[in-house]
Write a protein that binds this ligand. Structure first.
Ligand SMILES: [Mg+2]
Length: 266
């Protein structure tokens, strides 16, 4: 049995629609160079790929230069995937780096880059395969599409514009709304009729878990985008969670009516 398409489909941006890994790495590498002042200012071969594979452990941006540092010191990817929180704390202490200092450097590198050359900054971010045609299809359907992101709305618009997405029907709630995602979802819900159905696709398991804990959001259907920034243990946890559906990128491009019956491994 399948279910009807939802009234509202809320989508996270980074890690669901858009792959920002290249930008994360570039920004992290520059921040790392500014803070640690290595002799060699081009990243060694393979470091970017190691970073892409381990980046899902990062919770906040300031940890990214520390991830670069740990990989360069030879910490194994397996160790990082299992024990990142501890490794990050220990490495910061060892190097005498404070979270605030790391955060300021990451933000500063990014802000200067955007100011200097926003085009090259945007060029390091690309939509996952199949996303743009799917978005365009949905925007002509009855389901309302809303993007909820911690990225600034103006950058989301610019990235969509490059692919000629007509976003007149698309609601974009970016960093500027300054609210945690569960709160944004709650306020969106309150604008809808009581019989409206609400789905939310996100790549961070912690965010979905935070939504799940809100009793008044209990009927929001939650989907973990398995192609985004999450780890295998997180995907396994989600697969065993009765309230979270694990969605593949391939399935994302299938009709919404098929999402729940086929993606739920309950
Ligand atoms: Mg995300």
């Amino acid at each position: 049995m399948s279910v009807l398409a939802p009234t509202v489909l809320a989508l996270d941006f980074d890690g669901v629609l858009c792959n920002g890994m290249k930008e994360y790495f570039q920004t992290s590498w520059r921040a790392y160079c500014n803070l640690w002042q290595p002799d060699e200012t081009s990243p060694p071969d393979g470091l970017a790929e190691q970073f892409y594979r381990t980046r899902p452990v990062i919770e906040t941006g300031w940890e990214m230069p520390l991830l670069v540092r740990s990989l360069l010191l030879g910490t194994s990817e397996a160790e990082i995937l299992l024990h990142w929180t501890t490794i990050a704390k220990q490495q910061a202490v060892k190097d005498g780096m404070e979270a605030a200092q790391l955060a300021a450097e990451v933000d500063g590198v990014r802000d200067r880059w955007i100011k200097r050359d926003v085009e090259s900054w945007l060029a390091e971010q690309e939509f996952y395969p199949g996303i743009i045609p799917q978005l365009k299809t949905w925007l002509t359907s009855d389901t309302e599409i809303i993007i909820i992101s911690t990225k600034e709305g103006r950058f989301i618009q610019q990235l969509l514009q490059q692919h000629h997405v007509d976003f007149t029907k698309l609601k974009i709630l970016g960093k500027e709304v300054k609210r945690p995602k569960p709160e944004t979802l709650r306020s969106l819900r309150s604008e809808q009729a009581s019989n409206a159905t609400f789905w939310f696709v996100e790549d961070r398991l912690q965010t979905l878990q935070a939504v799940k804990q809100q009793a008044d959001l209990a009927d929001v259907k939650l989907f973990l985008a398995e192609w985004g920034y999450n780890t295998q243990p997180e995907r396994d946890l989600a697969a065993h969670d009765a309230q979270i559906y694990v969605l593949s990128l391939q399935h994302f491009s299938q009709p919404l009516e098929t999402w729940i019956t086929e993606s739920s491994a309950l």
